[in-house]
Design a binder for this molecule. Structure first.
Ligand SMILES: [Zn+2]
Length: 446
């Protein structure tokens, strides 16, 4: 509980938000829906316009019922709460996509509160208290699928990575070493990246500690790969560097959407002196060809103009309106998603109880996962229009909505993301400071 509160305060601080009020309900109350003075107070605070942002540890700490969650969203929208952030999931319901993700999570949380899911949670609590592993059907690096048996070759990699990191090497440099050695992650398919390595190194699991709901609850039954002291040193060093590397506010409208036309890799922010640029970058965390760079300003200006023109075209207006049909399709899909996730949980329980074998588990799990994935995609398509209604209209309406004072860069990025899936930047055929617009190739969603 104390750590959850600390994490929330840390998140607020990293966003530069001032904390004016804190609300705490005990752990079980979100299930029953009764006796939730904290939640009720939060809602009254929103109605009284006491704050314009809300931080929670995890969305399932906020509500377990979609209807409660809709209440919350509705109040946020009516009384000027623009930002909602969670420590565990990075849900931002500022606009568009975020609300969809949050709704899906509300459906999941609701599903988890039914009787059989509660039984599973109780079993998970007992397992955690006894130091037994939480079996997920996925292998964790360093251990077999049972999460008890050490894979010696991987344990050696973990020890060496920890040694290098504690000797002062950066995460990027350790990743470069892993890649040079041809070492892959637990699936055997992917190369290491710094976020994956960071998660592995700070994981209490490799120090033989059992973590449960974000907190270390005691010694685990499985063998440790690094010592507890090393674990403490690693977390301390990571916390230190997190403090100095505060996440900077978003400055690139097209982050994550620009791709290199020469090698196909994602392009990253790559400032040149004081000038903002997108660039294809080399190196362990990027893996591009470093041949293509483009000044951010003319690229963004061109894309914005193209998006706004697209938004005022009758065909787009139709497409968005059709996607917003209030025929209840979204609700059916959310229910379907909740049902599938329920089945997934049951399947894991059957495997943990030994009712089915690993050989039976894996194909069934894969099938359910692919259905979950496709339901999510359908939901996302359905919601592609959310938040776009205010942009529908003639060129002037669209331009005015875009330049409105509350259009933050984040909201603009969400609008662009609803219209364009990606932007490919091709090599330049001419030399000179002006950007050749023929190099820029947007891929449209609507
Ligand atoms: Zn490239």
């Amino acid at each position: 509980m104390a750590r959850q509160r600390e994490d929330c305060l840390g998140l607020a601080e990293s966003r530069g938000w001032t904390v004016t009020a804190e609300f705490i309900d005990n752990d079980l109350s979100a299930y029953s829906g009764k006796n939730r003075p904290g939640f009720t107070e939060l809602l009254s605070g929103i109605e009284a316009r006491e704050f314009d942002a809300v931080v929670v540890y995890h969305q399932d700490r906020l509500t377990r019922r979609p209807s409660e969650f809709e209440d919350f969203i509705d109040k946020c929208q009516r009384f000027g709460v623009k930002q909602f952030a969670t420590v565990s999931g990075e849900t931002d319901i500022g606009q568009g996509d975020g609300i969809l993700v949050a709704r899906i999570m509300a459906a999941v949380a609701a599903n988890q509160s039914d009787a059989s899911a509660r039984r599973i949670r109780r079993k998970n609590d007992e397992n955690a208290a006894a130091g037994r592993p939480h079996k997920t059907g996925q292998r964790a690096y360093g251990y077999e699928l049972d999460r008890m048996t050490v894979v010696e070759s991987e344990a050696a990699v973990i020890r060496e990575a920890a040694r290098r990191f504690l000797a002062g090497e950066s995460l990027v440099s350790v990743v470069a070493w892993l890649q040079a050695e041809g070492i892959r992650t637990a699936t055997g398919m992917n190369e290491w990246r710094t976020p994956t390595l960071r998660n592995l190194l700070k994981s209490p699991r490799i120090a033989g500690l059992r973590e449960h709901r974000g907190e270390v609850v005691g010694d685990a039954l499985w063998p440790a790969i690094i010592t507890r002291q090393e674990h403490e040193q690693i977390t301390a060093r990571l916390a230190e560097s997190a403090k100095t590397n505060r996440r900077s506010p978003r400055r690139y409208l097209l982050s994550g959407k620009v791709f290199c036309g020469a090698c196909g890799n994602k392009m990253f922010s790559s400032p040149d002196g004081g000038r903002r640029r997108y660039g294809c970058r080399k190196g362990p965390d990027f893996g591009g060809c470093a041949k293509i760079f483009i000044n951010a300003e003319p690229l963004e200006e061109f894309i914005v103009r193209a998006v706004l023109a697209r938004l005022s075209s009758p065909a787009t207006i139709d497409a968005i309106r059709n996607a917003q049909q209030p025929d209840g399709t979204g609700k059916t899909l959310s229910d379907e998603l909740a049902g599938l996730q329920h089945k997934q949980a049951e399947l894991m329980e059957m495997w943990t109880d030994g009712v089915i074998t690993k050989r039976e588990l894996i194909p069934a799990r894969d099938k359910i996962e692919s259905r979950i994935e496709s339901t999510r995609r359908q939901l996302a398509r359905l919601d592609a229009g959310t938040g776009l209604s205010q942009f529908l209209g003639d060129t002037d309406t669209v331009a005015a909505a875009w330049d409105a004072p509350d259009m933050t860069l984040q909201r603009q990025a969400a609008v662009v993301g609803a219209i364009i899936s990606r932007v490919v930047v091709h090599p330049s055929k001419r030399v000179g400071p002006r950007v050749d617009l023929n190099r820029i190739e947007p891929e449209w969603i609507v």
